[in-house]
Design a protein around this ligand. Sequence first.
Ligand SMILES: *Cc1c(COP(=O)(O)O)cnc(C)c1O
Length: 385
Amino acid sequence: MRTKTALIHGGKTTDPLTGAVTPPIYQTSTYKQDGIGNLREGYEYSRSANPTRTALETLIADIEGGVQGFAFGSGMAAISTVLMLLKSGDHVIVGSDVYGGTYRVFNRVFQSRGLEATFVDTSDEAAVRDALQANTKMIYVETPTNPLLNVTDIRAMRQIADEADVLLVVDNTFMTPYFQNPIDLGADYVLHSATKYLGGHSDVVAGLVVARTEEQGEALAFLQNSVGAVLGPQDSFLVVRGIKTLAVRMEEIESNARALVEFLQSNESVSRVLHPSVSSEEAKRIHLSQARGFGGMIAFDVGSAEAAEMMVAKTKYFTLAESLGAVESLISVPARMTHASIPAERRAELGITDGLVRISVGLEDIDDLIEDLAQALTAIEQVKQ
Ligand SMILES: *Cc1c(COP(=O)(O)O)cnc(C)c1O
């Protein structure tokens, strides 16, 4: 089954009881047993399993090419549960410009409970090797990163993970399984904030994980049930519905993004345009060796905090909001929004400047999107003069 077909026909999304083509919302917490422990279809209690969640979990496992999928109440719940695979005293190598919430959960939740973390630029293989310690148990990466769109070579990370005998975890939120399948490239666990492209309509908060092997699946299944940060049936239904149109949405977003990159690069008020399609030759080569598209996230610098603030105030089709990956285009200022929890000096080190503006490209008419950015950039120029 090819990807576009798997998005529609993958997993157990047809209801075995009625044949309903769309998975019904099984709004139930428990299931009648035919005698003690005699379960129908294995369902016992909805924290352990729920048929609507199973539809989503089997679907994401199929499209990411893993053995078992897991749905959580948010991307952060998914990430936190994966980190609970580790114990106090274990060490993790984490990408230096991962999602702000991921940085925060490592730094302020797990580190204070005995997990050690070293943040390194994972696009630098030597730096990752140098960061290995005797107690390293996991390498955790995003590629491309948010908001700087740095690219990490997933196969190279697999090689290091093999040499050191550690787990490789990849957050695939930005690329989606339509463009990139980290398990095929060697990841042990791939995870998603399904709040973004997979849900795709800004109407649900959810997280997904897929495990590469049976054993890794069992380890996570134990934690999902024990910790209990599961996704409810209504939200599972919404994510399944979102995934069905992922291919057409990503194709259109990709085409809009390319046009916007071209427009931004030709605009004099913009000093730096970040998108994997315009990164260094080396980064682009690596990206294209592991992904089938560049995605819809673009960052660009308008020079100052004031200009960035004005930019987001002036756009009318780019809605000022956190999040990304939906049908509507969104705009944000990472330094003051998604990445505000990262200390200012650290943001400066990373290159998350005050004038950096991030856009998540949506499905509007490309001419409206270009005109919208153009009028906002003109307004900034007028104030400067
Ligand atoms: C949004 C996001 C998360 C966190 O997901 P939530 O659903 O908001 O909890 C994690 N990683 C990346 C790359 C994200 O964009």
